[in-house]
Write a protein that binds this ligand. Structure first.
Ligand code: ASP
Ligand code: MG
Length: 402
């Protein structure tokens, strides 16, 4: 078998854990499998590097940030190769240049375009464990790019896809995918299986267990994916097509606090205004989430929408710049909001799911600001302060507890 194993920052945070990971990989290697290991930077390295940069220049060029951040993963892969070597197992560390992992040109949030397999194949053929830097790629200018926070998952899935791996294991500090964040909901339950689509909705709406693009890619290339703990041998959660949902209506509840709400007030109530506003934002590569348009009054209307908090400043800048053209009278924003989402393939065929969610929130006096839905997801916007309470109440309301 060819197995891709990805370990996150906490799993390689110190010497003891590095050796623990090395031994787990060596076990598979000694069974005769080909083993490719993808690593994140050790512990909080990426955050520390970011704060170093911020100290020197809060407006550092994105290219230089990527140049800096990629050192984190380069450190962990080299140390891992040394650890395996100390355990008498042949291993080689490779960075994005050595593998040739090509990405789009954008710094800080690039996407893979093509990933070469020749070098990795060559090293596997000489019976080495191959250890690859997560999170980084190379663009057409031969510069390093990074894939966005948490992007090492996507590196692992991309490698699993191009190498046609038999299994892609994502090792993290939790046992798998839970019905809610176990740090917030004490009796959250571990799912044994989940579909790609559900996982994608969860990952895109606040569940931090997998990078959402990794799930997108796993679905596209049908990569057999497992999320499990690096600290024990528990089974973990299998992510796949058409997973059996244990008769559950809902697979999970998430909270996302990293969002902001923006209102554009008093825009002209005529065809094309919404188009022009969202077209302008889309041209600036700003992702919009929930949208709400008010009923018009005296020839004007208001539109409210949410964006990731990371995009807030840029969104406000763009709107301010185009204010007159877009006929906006006033721009308001609010950062103290959170999104609570429930996800489940079961809601397609079961009426009343939304009502159950709203009732749970009503029972604990939480006000809903905005609502959005997909086929398998319902999201509400609430005050950020209420986020934990809401997750617990909704989790309870659907009887998801263990
Ligand atoms: N080290 C990067 C981060 O902290 C990438 C990753 O861990 O997946 O975001
Ligand atoms: Mg992660």
């Amino acid at each position: 078998m060819l197995i891709v194993k990805k370990f996150g920052g906490t799993s390689v945070a110190n010497k003891e854990r590095i050796f623990n990971v090395a031994k787990r990989c060596i076990e598979d290697y000694k069974k005769g499998h080909d083993v490719v290991v993808v690593l994140s930077a050790m512990g909080d390295t990426t955050d520390e590097l970011l704060s170093l940069a911020n100290d020197i220049n809060p407006n550092a060029p994105k290219r230089e940030l990527d140049m800096l951040l990629t050192t984190g993963e380069q450190t962990s892969v080299a140390l891992m190769a040394m650890a395996m070597n100390a355990l008498d197992v042949p291993a080689v560390s490779l960075n994005a240049f050595q593998v040739m992992m090509h990405s789009t040109s954008k710094y800080g949030n690039s996407r893979f375009k093509r990933v070469d397999t020749e070098r990795i194949r060559h090293e596997l053929d000489s019976r080495k464990i191959v250890i690859v830097t997560g999170f980084q790629a190379v663009n057409k200018y031969d510069d390093y790019t990074t894939l966005g926070r948490g992007g090492s998952d996507t590196t692992a899935v991309a490698l699993a896809a191009v190498l046609h791996a038999d299994l892609c294991e994502i090792f993290t500090d939790v046992d798998g995918v839970y019905t809610a964040d176990p740090r917030i909901v004490k009796d959250a339950r571990k799912l044994s299986q989940i579909t790609y689509d559900e996982m994608l909705e969860l990952a895109s709406h606040g569940a931090k267990v997998l990078h959402n693009r990794s799930v997108e890619m796993a679905k596209k290339y049908r990569v057999p994916l497992v999320v499990r703990s690096s600290l024990n041998n528990n089974e973990g959660t299998v992510v796949k097509e058409g997973a059996k949902m244990e008769k559950m209506l809902i697979s999970g509840v998430t909270a996302d606090k990293n969002i902001a709400r923006i209102s554009v007030i008093g825009i002209k109530d005529r065809p094309g205004t919404a188009f022009r506003i969202f077209n302008t934002l889309s041209k600036n590569k700003i992702n919009i989430d929930i949208i709400l348009q008010s009923i018009g009054r005296e020839g004007t209307k208001d539109i409210t929408f949410t964006v990731s908090q990371d995009d807030l400043k840029e969104t406000l800048d763009v709107l301010e710049r185009e204010k007159e053209d877009l006929t906006i009278q006033e721009i308001k924003y609010d950062e103290d909001v959170a999104k609570i989402s429930i996800v489940g393939a079961g809601m397609m065929t079961n009426p009343g799911v939304a009502a159950t969610m709203f009732e749970s929130l009503y029972n604990c006096g939480i006000n809903i600001n905005m609502i959005s839905t997909s086929e398998i997801r319902i999201t509400v916007l609430i005050r950020e302060n209420d986020a934990e309470k809401a997750v617990i109440a909704v989790h309870d309301g659907f009887g998801l507890a263990d």
